[in-house]
Design a protein around this ligand. Sequence first.
Ligand code: MTE
Length: 372
Amino acid sequence: MASAPKVMDIDLMDIWGKCNEMLVYQDEPYNAETPPGALAAQITSLDTFYSRNHAPIPRIDSASWRLRVEGLVDRPLELSMDDLHRFTERTVVATLQCAGNRRADLIEVREIPGQVPWGPGAISTARWSGVSLAEVLAKAGTQPEAAHITFTGADVSQQAAPPQPFGGSIPVAKATSSEVLLAWAMNDQALPAAHGAPLRVIVPGWIGARSVKWLQRISAQAEPTDNYFQAEYSVLPPEADPEAVGPGDGITLGPVAIHCAILRPARNDHLPPGPTEVSGFAFAGDDRTVARVDVSADHGSTWTPTDLDPPENPWTWQHWRAMVTLPPGEAELIARAWDSTAAVQAESPETVWNPRGYANNAAAHLHITCRP
Ligand code: MTE
Protein backbone atom coordinates (compact mmCIF):
# COMPACT_ATOMS: atom_id res chain seq x y z
CA MET A 1 0.00 0.00 0.00
CA ALA A 2 1.34 3.45 -0.95
CA SER A 3 2.51 5.46 2.08
CA ALA A 4 2.06 8.88 0.47
CA PRO A 5 -0.39 10.05 -2.17
CA LYS A 6 0.88 10.71 -5.66
CA VAL A 7 -0.45 12.97 -8.37
CA MET A 8 -0.94 10.77 -11.44
CA ASP A 9 0.67 11.63 -14.77
CA ILE A 10 -1.75 9.49 -16.81
CA ASP A 11 -5.14 10.89 -17.77
CA LEU A 12 -7.44 9.88 -14.91
CA MET A 13 -10.39 11.48 -16.68
CA ASP A 14 -10.38 8.62 -19.19
CA ILE A 15 -10.21 5.87 -16.59
CA TRP A 16 -12.24 7.00 -13.57
CA GLY A 17 -13.59 10.41 -14.61
CA LYS A 18 -11.16 12.12 -12.22
CA CYS A 19 -8.90 15.14 -12.66
CA ASN A 20 -5.13 14.74 -12.47
CA GLU A 21 -4.90 16.73 -9.20
CA MET A 22 -6.55 13.89 -7.25
CA LEU A 23 -4.21 12.54 -4.55
CA VAL A 24 -4.02 8.88 -5.49
CA TYR A 25 -3.04 6.27 -2.86
CA GLN A 26 -3.78 3.18 -4.93
CA ASP A 27 -4.60 2.56 -8.59
CA GLU A 28 -6.27 -0.84 -8.07
CA PRO A 29 -8.47 -0.74 -6.16
CA TYR A 30 -8.68 2.97 -6.95
CA ASN A 31 -8.37 5.07 -3.79
CA ALA A 32 -7.97 8.81 -4.21
CA GLU A 33 -8.48 11.89 -2.09
CA THR A 34 -10.06 15.22 -3.09
CA PRO A 35 -7.33 17.84 -3.72
CA PRO A 36 -7.26 20.56 -0.99
CA GLY A 37 -8.40 23.37 -3.35
CA ALA A 38 -11.61 21.48 -4.20
CA LEU A 39 -12.64 21.16 -0.53
CA ALA A 40 -13.49 24.89 -0.42
CA ALA A 41 -16.50 24.49 -2.76
CA GLN A 42 -19.92 23.78 -1.23
CA ILE A 43 -20.64 21.14 -3.91
CA THR A 44 -17.70 19.00 -5.00
CA SER A 45 -17.35 18.50 -8.76
CA LEU A 46 -17.58 14.91 -10.02
CA ASP A 47 -13.96 14.96 -11.19
CA THR A 48 -12.64 15.90 -7.73
CA PHE A 49 -15.02 13.87 -5.50
CA TYR A 50 -12.97 11.42 -3.39
CA SER A 51 -13.21 7.73 -4.31
CA ARG A 52 -12.90 4.82 -1.85
CA ASN A 53 -12.94 1.25 -3.15
CA HIS A 54 -12.15 -2.20 -1.78
CA ALA A 55 -12.17 -4.00 -5.16
CA PRO A 56 -11.88 -3.13 -8.85
CA ILE A 57 -14.70 -0.84 -10.03
CA PRO A 58 -17.35 -3.02 -11.72
CA ARG A 59 -18.90 -1.86 -14.99
CA ILE A 60 -22.58 -2.81 -14.87
CA ASP A 61 -25.04 -2.95 -17.76
CA SER A 62 -27.95 -0.93 -16.36
CA ALA A 63 -30.44 -2.41 -18.86
CA SER A 64 -30.06 -5.97 -17.54
CA TRP A 65 -29.29 -4.93 -13.92
CA ARG A 66 -31.95 -5.71 -11.28
CA LEU A 67 -32.28 -4.76 -7.59
CA ARG A 68 -33.59 -7.50 -5.31
CA VAL A 69 -35.48 -6.50 -2.14
CA GLU A 70 -35.99 -9.50 0.13
CA GLY A 71 -35.67 -10.92 3.66
CA LEU A 72 -38.31 -9.99 6.25
CA VAL A 73 -40.68 -8.37 3.76
CA ASP A 74 -44.25 -9.26 2.75
CA ARG A 75 -43.65 -8.74 -0.98
CA PRO A 76 -40.10 -9.50 -2.27
CA LEU A 77 -39.28 -7.24 -5.23
CA GLU A 78 -37.07 -7.39 -8.29
CA LEU A 79 -36.75 -3.87 -9.70
CA SER A 80 -35.23 -2.59 -12.94
CA MET A 81 -34.02 1.01 -13.36
CA ASP A 82 -37.29 1.76 -15.19
CA ASP A 83 -39.27 0.41 -12.20
CA LEU A 84 -37.25 2.62 -9.84
CA HIS A 85 -37.88 5.71 -11.98
CA ARG A 86 -41.62 5.21 -11.40
CA PHE A 87 -41.15 6.19 -7.73
CA THR A 88 -41.08 9.90 -6.80
CA GLU A 89 -37.65 11.34 -7.56
CA ARG A 90 -35.97 13.04 -4.59
CA THR A 91 -32.81 15.12 -4.30
CA VAL A 92 -30.71 15.54 -1.14
CA VAL A 93 -27.46 17.50 -0.76
CA ALA A 94 -25.24 15.40 1.50
CA THR A 95 -21.60 15.22 2.53
CA LEU A 96 -20.01 11.77 2.29
CA GLN A 97 -17.05 11.09 4.57
CA CYS A 98 -14.90 7.99 4.84
CA ALA A 99 -14.42 6.69 8.39
CA GLY A 100 -10.67 6.64 7.63
CA ASN A 101 -10.55 10.38 6.82
CA ARG A 102 -7.55 12.09 8.54
CA ARG A 103 -5.94 8.73 9.39
CA ALA A 104 -2.58 10.32 8.48
CA ASP A 105 -2.72 12.36 11.72
CA LEU A 106 -3.27 9.15 13.72
CA ILE A 107 -0.34 7.48 11.92
CA GLU A 108 1.90 10.31 13.18
CA VAL A 109 1.01 9.16 16.71
CA ARG A 110 1.61 5.44 16.06
CA GLU A 111 1.83 3.35 12.89
CA ILE A 112 -1.32 1.76 11.42
CA PRO A 113 -0.16 -0.92 8.97
CA GLY A 114 -2.17 -1.97 5.93
CA GLN A 115 -4.57 0.99 5.87
CA VAL A 116 -4.81 3.91 3.42
CA PRO A 117 -3.12 6.97 5.04
CA TRP A 118 -5.90 9.41 4.14
CA GLY A 119 -5.33 13.12 4.72
CA PRO A 120 -8.29 15.49 5.31
CA GLY A 121 -9.79 15.00 1.81
CA ALA A 122 -11.65 11.67 2.10
CA ILE A 123 -14.77 13.83 2.27
CA SER A 124 -16.87 15.53 -0.42
CA THR A 125 -20.39 16.87 -0.95
CA ALA A 126 -22.81 16.20 -3.81
CA ARG A 127 -26.42 16.73 -4.81
CA TRP A 128 -27.75 13.16 -4.91
CA SER A 129 -30.95 12.21 -6.74
CA GLY A 130 -32.88 8.98 -6.74
CA VAL A 131 -35.70 7.38 -4.81
CA SER A 132 -36.32 7.38 -1.07
CA LEU A 133 -35.32 3.99 0.39
CA ALA A 134 -38.35 4.31 2.71
CA GLU A 135 -40.68 4.24 -0.31
CA VAL A 136 -39.10 1.11 -1.75
CA LEU A 137 -39.25 -0.59 1.66
CA ALA A 138 -42.90 0.44 2.02
CA LYS A 139 -43.69 -1.19 -1.35
CA ALA A 140 -41.99 -4.40 -0.17
CA GLY A 141 -43.72 -4.19 3.24
CA THR A 142 -41.10 -4.68 5.96
CA GLN A 143 -42.29 -7.03 8.68
CA PRO A 144 -42.32 -5.97 12.38
CA GLU A 145 -39.29 -8.21 13.22
CA ALA A 146 -37.14 -6.36 10.65
CA ALA A 147 -34.72 -4.22 12.69
CA HIS A 148 -31.87 -3.73 10.17
CA ILE A 149 -31.67 -3.09 6.43
CA THR A 150 -28.72 -4.79 4.72
CA PHE A 151 -27.12 -3.64 1.46
CA THR A 152 -24.92 -5.75 -0.84
CA GLY A 153 -22.86 -4.43 -3.75
CA ALA A 154 -21.66 -6.13 -6.94
CA ASP A 155 -17.90 -5.76 -6.26
CA VAL A 156 -16.16 -8.78 -4.72
CA SER A 157 -13.32 -7.70 -2.42
CA GLN A 158 -10.23 -9.85 -1.98
CA GLN A 159 -9.44 -7.73 1.10
CA ALA A 160 -12.29 -9.45 2.99
CA ALA A 161 -11.84 -12.76 4.77
CA PRO A 162 -13.25 -14.77 3.03
CA PRO A 163 -13.46 -12.70 -0.21
CA GLN A 164 -17.03 -11.37 -0.58
CA PRO A 165 -19.10 -8.54 -2.05
CA PHE A 166 -18.88 -5.23 -0.19
CA GLY A 167 -21.86 -4.77 2.15
CA GLY A 168 -23.19 -3.02 5.21
CA SER A 169 -26.37 -2.41 7.17
CA ILE A 170 -28.18 0.35 9.02
CA PRO A 171 -31.02 0.20 11.56
CA VAL A 172 -34.58 0.45 10.21
CA ALA A 173 -35.12 3.82 11.94
CA LYS A 174 -32.35 5.41 9.83
CA ALA A 175 -33.22 3.42 6.69
CA THR A 176 -36.78 4.80 6.73
CA SER A 177 -35.70 8.43 7.30
CA SER A 178 -36.58 10.61 4.33
CA GLU A 179 -32.96 11.62 3.61
CA VAL A 180 -31.74 8.05 2.87
CA LEU A 181 -31.71 7.55 -0.90
CA LEU A 182 -31.13 4.94 -3.55
CA ALA A 183 -29.29 7.34 -5.86
CA TRP A 184 -28.89 7.19 -9.63
CA ALA A 185 -27.63 10.76 -10.14
CA MET A 186 -24.92 12.92 -8.66
CA ASN A 187 -24.82 16.71 -9.25
CA ASP A 188 -27.63 16.28 -11.84
CA GLN A 189 -25.58 13.84 -13.94
CA ALA A 190 -25.88 10.07 -14.26
CA LEU A 191 -24.04 8.37 -11.39
CA PRO A 192 -20.48 7.67 -12.61
CA ALA A 193 -19.13 4.08 -12.53
CA ALA A 194 -16.59 5.05 -9.83
CA HIS A 195 -19.41 6.21 -7.55
CA GLY A 196 -21.64 3.16 -7.87
CA ALA A 197 -23.57 3.19 -11.19
CA PRO A 198 -26.27 2.32 -11.85
CA LEU A 199 -27.52 2.62 -8.24
CA ARG A 200 -26.01 3.25 -4.81
CA VAL A 201 -27.23 3.90 -1.29
CA ILE A 202 -26.71 7.33 0.26
CA VAL A 203 -26.91 7.39 4.07
CA PRO A 204 -26.47 11.10 4.93
CA GLY A 205 -24.60 11.83 8.17
CA TRP A 206 -23.25 8.28 8.49
CA ILE A 207 -19.81 6.95 7.61
CA GLY A 208 -19.32 6.48 3.86
CA ALA A 209 -18.97 2.70 4.23
CA ARG A 210 -22.73 2.32 4.79
CA SER A 211 -23.48 4.07 1.46
CA VAL A 212 -23.04 0.89 -0.56
CA LYS A 213 -22.21 1.35 -4.27
CA TRP A 214 -23.21 -0.89 -7.23
CA LEU A 215 -26.20 -1.96 -5.13
CA GLN A 216 -27.67 -5.36 -6.05
CA ARG A 217 -29.55 -6.54 -3.00
CA ILE A 218 -31.45 -5.06 -0.06
CA SER A 219 -32.48 -7.42 2.71
CA ALA A 220 -34.58 -6.71 5.81
CA GLN A 221 -33.16 -8.64 8.78
CA ALA A 222 -33.56 -9.01 12.54
CA GLU A 223 -29.79 -8.50 13.06
CA PRO A 224 -27.10 -6.31 11.45
CA THR A 225 -25.36 -7.88 8.47
CA ASP A 226 -22.48 -10.31 9.05
CA ASN A 227 -20.69 -8.84 5.99
CA TYR A 228 -16.95 -8.47 6.63
CA PHE A 229 -17.05 -4.69 6.08
CA GLN A 230 -19.77 -4.06 8.65
CA ALA A 231 -17.41 -5.33 11.36
CA GLU A 232 -14.23 -3.96 9.76
CA TYR A 233 -15.54 -0.40 10.10
CA SER A 234 -15.36 -0.36 13.91
CA VAL A 235 -13.21 1.37 16.52
CA LEU A 236 -11.12 -1.09 18.55
CA PRO A 237 -9.51 -0.34 21.93
CA PRO A 238 -5.96 1.06 21.49
CA GLU A 239 -4.34 -2.14 22.84
CA ALA A 240 -6.32 -4.55 20.59
CA ASP A 241 -4.62 -6.55 17.83
CA PRO A 242 -6.83 -6.05 14.73
CA GLU A 243 -5.70 -9.47 13.38
CA ALA A 244 -6.90 -11.24 16.53
CA VAL A 245 -10.28 -9.62 17.21
CA GLY A 246 -13.63 -11.24 16.40
CA PRO A 247 -16.43 -9.77 14.25
CA GLY A 248 -18.42 -8.42 17.24
CA ASP A 249 -15.47 -6.68 18.91
CA GLY A 250 -15.13 -2.90 18.87
CA ILE A 251 -17.61 -0.07 18.43
CA THR A 252 -19.42 -0.47 15.10
CA LEU A 253 -19.37 2.87 13.30
CA GLY A 254 -22.54 4.61 12.16
CA PRO A 255 -23.06 8.37 12.54
CA VAL A 256 -20.03 10.60 11.90
CA ALA A 257 -18.69 12.68 14.85
CA ILE A 258 -18.09 16.47 14.65
CA HIS A 259 -14.78 17.46 13.09
CA CYS A 260 -13.21 20.27 11.08
CA ALA A 261 -10.30 20.98 8.75
CA ILE A 262 -8.19 24.05 8.03
CA LEU A 263 -7.93 24.69 4.28
CA ARG A 264 -6.12 28.09 4.27
CA PRO A 265 -3.30 28.65 5.01
CA ALA A 266 -1.97 25.38 3.64
CA ARG A 267 0.36 23.01 5.51
CA ASN A 268 3.93 24.35 5.81
CA ASP A 269 2.97 27.69 4.19
CA HIS A 270 5.37 30.59 4.79
CA LEU A 271 3.42 33.76 5.64
CA PRO A 272 4.29 37.21 7.04
CA PRO A 273 3.37 37.75 10.72
CA GLY A 274 0.22 39.81 11.28
CA PRO A 275 -3.44 39.47 10.31
CA THR A 276 -4.32 36.68 7.88
CA GLU A 277 -7.53 34.92 6.90
CA VAL A 278 -7.85 31.35 8.15
CA SER A 279 -10.60 29.25 6.57
CA GLY A 280 -11.87 25.72 6.43
CA PHE A 281 -14.97 23.56 6.84
CA ALA A 282 -16.63 21.59 9.62
CA PHE A 283 -18.98 18.62 9.42
CA ALA A 284 -21.25 17.71 12.32
CA GLY A 285 -22.44 14.26 11.19
CA ASP A 286 -25.68 12.35 11.89
CA ASP A 287 -28.53 14.88 11.70
CA ARG A 288 -26.72 17.51 13.76
CA THR A 289 -25.39 20.87 12.55
CA VAL A 290 -22.17 22.74 13.32
CA ALA A 291 -22.87 25.32 16.05
CA ARG A 292 -19.46 27.02 16.42
CA VAL A 293 -15.87 26.89 15.18
CA ASP A 294 -13.01 28.70 16.99
CA VAL A 295 -9.42 29.22 15.85
CA SER A 296 -6.26 29.75 17.94
CA ALA A 297 -2.82 30.92 16.79
CA ASP A 298 -1.19 30.68 20.24
CA HIS A 299 -1.40 26.96 21.11
CA GLY A 300 -4.92 27.33 22.52
CA SER A 301 -4.34 30.19 25.01
CA THR A 302 -6.81 32.44 23.19
CA TRP A 303 -9.49 31.64 20.61
CA THR A 304 -11.07 33.67 17.80
CA PRO A 305 -14.67 32.80 16.87
CA THR A 306 -15.13 32.22 13.13
CA ASP A 307 -17.79 33.37 10.71
CA LEU A 308 -19.64 30.08 10.08
CA ASP A 309 -21.90 29.48 7.07
CA PRO A 310 -25.47 28.45 8.02
CA PRO A 311 -26.25 24.77 7.37
CA GLU A 312 -27.79 23.96 3.98
CA ASN A 313 -29.46 21.04 5.80
CA PRO A 314 -28.29 18.77 8.66
CA TRP A 315 -26.26 16.51 6.35
CA THR A 316 -23.77 18.88 4.77
CA TRP A 317 -20.50 20.46 5.76
CA GLN A 318 -20.33 24.15 6.68
CA HIS A 319 -17.46 26.41 5.69
CA TRP A 320 -15.99 29.02 8.05
CA ARG A 321 -13.37 31.83 8.08
CA ALA A 322 -11.75 34.24 10.55
CA MET A 323 -9.07 36.93 10.62
CA VAL A 324 -6.28 35.78 12.94
CA THR A 325 -3.08 37.60 13.90
CA LEU A 326 -0.07 35.35 13.29
CA PRO A 327 2.94 35.68 15.62
CA PRO A 328 6.48 35.88 14.13
CA GLY A 329 8.36 32.57 13.85
CA GLU A 330 6.96 29.05 14.03
CA ALA A 331 3.22 29.00 14.66
CA GLU A 332 0.58 26.38 15.18
CA LEU A 333 -2.98 27.09 14.13
CA ILE A 334 -5.69 25.07 15.87
CA ALA A 335 -9.36 24.91 14.83
CA ARG A 336 -12.01 23.20 16.90
CA ALA A 337 -15.75 22.80 16.28
CA TRP A 338 -18.85 22.23 18.40
CA ASP A 339 -22.02 20.58 17.13
CA SER A 340 -25.65 21.40 17.91
CA THR A 341 -25.60 18.98 20.89
CA ALA A 342 -22.57 20.90 22.35
CA ALA A 343 -20.24 17.97 21.63
CA VAL A 344 -16.73 19.29 20.87
CA GLN A 345 -13.79 17.74 19.02
CA ALA A 346 -11.17 15.72 20.87
CA GLU A 347 -8.10 17.81 21.73
CA SER A 348 -5.47 15.73 19.92
CA PRO A 349 -5.09 12.61 17.75
CA GLU A 350 -3.42 10.85 20.72
CA THR A 351 -6.80 10.84 22.51
CA VAL A 352 -8.62 9.07 19.68
CA TRP A 353 -5.89 6.77 18.26
CA ASN A 354 -7.24 3.29 17.48
CA PRO A 355 -5.64 0.30 15.72
CA ARG A 356 -7.54 0.60 12.42
CA GLY A 357 -7.33 4.40 12.39
CA TYR A 358 -11.01 5.28 12.10
CA ALA A 359 -13.12 8.24 13.27
CA ASN A 360 -10.33 10.76 13.86
CA ASN A 361 -12.30 13.76 15.06
CA ALA A 362 -9.43 15.53 16.84
CA ALA A 363 -9.14 19.32 16.52
CA ALA A 364 -7.29 20.42 13.36
CA HIS A 365 -3.64 21.43 13.95
CA LEU A 366 -1.58 23.20 11.28
CA HIS A 367 2.08 24.16 11.45
CA ILE A 368 3.17 27.31 9.60
CA THR A 369 6.23 29.55 9.54
CA CYS A 370 5.73 33.33 9.78
CA ARG A 371 8.55 35.46 8.37
CA PRO A 372 8.33 39.03 7.08
N1 MTE B 1 -19.61 0.24 -1.85
C1 MTE B 1 -19.06 -0.79 -2.48
N2 MTE B 1 -19.87 -1.63 -3.16
N3 MTE B 1 -17.72 -1.03 -2.45
C2 MTE B 1 -16.87 -0.20 -1.74
O1 MTE B 1 -15.65 -0.43 -1.74
N4 MTE B 1 -16.68 1.75 -0.29
C3 MTE B 1 -17.41 2.45 0.78
C4 MTE B 1 -18.68 3.08 0.23
N5 MTE B 1 -19.43 2.14 -0.54
C5 MTE B 1 -17.43 0.89 -1.04
C6 MTE B 1 -18.83 1.09 -1.15
C7 MTE B 1 -16.64 3.46 1.45
S1 MTE B 1 -15.57 2.92 2.65
C8 MTE B 1 -16.83 4.79 1.24
S2 MTE B 1 -16.03 5.94 2.16
C9 MTE B 1 -17.72 5.26 0.18
O2 MTE B 1 -18.31 4.21 -0.55
C10 MTE B 1 -16.98 6.12 -0.81
O3 MTE B 1 -17.83 6.54 -1.81
P1 MTE B 1 -17.22 7.22 -3.13
O4 MTE B 1 -16.17 6.33 -3.68
O5 MTE B 1 -18.38 7.45 -4.02
O6 MTE B 1 -16.62 8.53 -2.66
